[in-house]
Design a protein around this ligand. Structure first.
Ligand code: URA
Length: 250
């Protein structure tokens, strides 16, 4: 079956369909030894596709995983500073190019999704699809009505107001406890600005001491053990793919 080369490269985890266009334009992709061109069609069963001289595994099975990221691990595929990365926590037996979808700060814990499907990852992180993420934040102090109202209405970060959020007091998430002089909040947002939850809370005078992502759309962190990973179920994958406008199965 012939398909557009962009689609094949994205499926093999080399970036979104848009992102892999740059690889083709830069002359890094070859099909049967010849430089590839944008819009070219190829058949993974017949053609030899290479990126930087390395064969592309376009028929690798699609992988969709959920991890309970511990604090202290950086969300990156490679860290030039040699800190602990989330990649070190993945099982060994995965196909190549499985990478995190979006990011959690080093000191944030909780639900982090992974895939080798470049287009899916790109769409999940894209603001257009407004994928909802829920966080449990342990904040210092006792937020009053004004703080809740401000967080819910949106606060100014870098000169731009955050989108309306759902915010309420909450019980501690699994594995955490209440703390004297602190309050656990549940915040649901659909943007992904840098350190957004910490900065939103700080903007209303509530420093965050612990931050846990507890949900991404319908995927719950639940009782997944810290530092471990589970495969998403067929239903979970189907729902997420539909949410971001992709066919239910790859
Ligand atoms: N908001 C933050 O402040 N940090 C994260 O890691 C995610 C959301």
């Amino acid at each position: 079956m012939t398909e557009r080369l962009q689609k094949i490269l994205a499926r093999a985890g080399h970036g979104s369909r848009r992102g892999v266009e740059a690889l083709i334009s830069d002359g890094r992709v070859r099909v049967n030894g010849q430089p590839a061109t944008l819009g070219m069609q190829a058949d993974v069963a017949v053609d030899v596709i290479e990126l930087d001289g390395v064969p592309v595994h376009a028929d690798a099975p699609a992988v969709y995983l959920a991890m309970n990221k511990p604090s202290g691990f950086v969300t990156t595929a490679r860290d030039p500073q040699h800190r602990h990365t989330v990649m070190q926590l993945l099982p060994d037996d995965l196909p190549p190019h499985v990478f995190p979808i979006g990011r959690l700060d080093r000191d944030t814990e909780g639900l982090l999704l992974f895939t080798n499907d470049g287009e899916f990852a790109h769409r999940m992180a894209h603001p257009r699809f407004e994928v909802e993420k829920e966080y449990a934040a342990l904040v210092v102090g006792a937020p009053g009505r004004a703080a809740f109202a401000a967080l819910a209405a949106g606060v100014e970060l870098d000169g731009k107001r955050t989108a309306p959020a759902h915010v309420e007091p909450a019980a501690p998430p699994a594995g955490h406890e209440s703390r004297e002089g602190h309050v656990w909040l549940r915040l649901a947002i659909h943007e992904g600005r840098k350190r957004q939850v910490r900065r939103m809370c700080a903007a209303v005078g509530l420093p965050v001491r612990t931050l846990v992502r507890t949900r991404v759309d319908g995927i719950e962190l639940a009782r997944l053990r810290r530092g471990t990973t589970r495969a998403l179920s067929t239903d979970e994958v189907r729902r997420l793919r539909r949410l971001v406008g992709l066919a239910e199965q790859r």
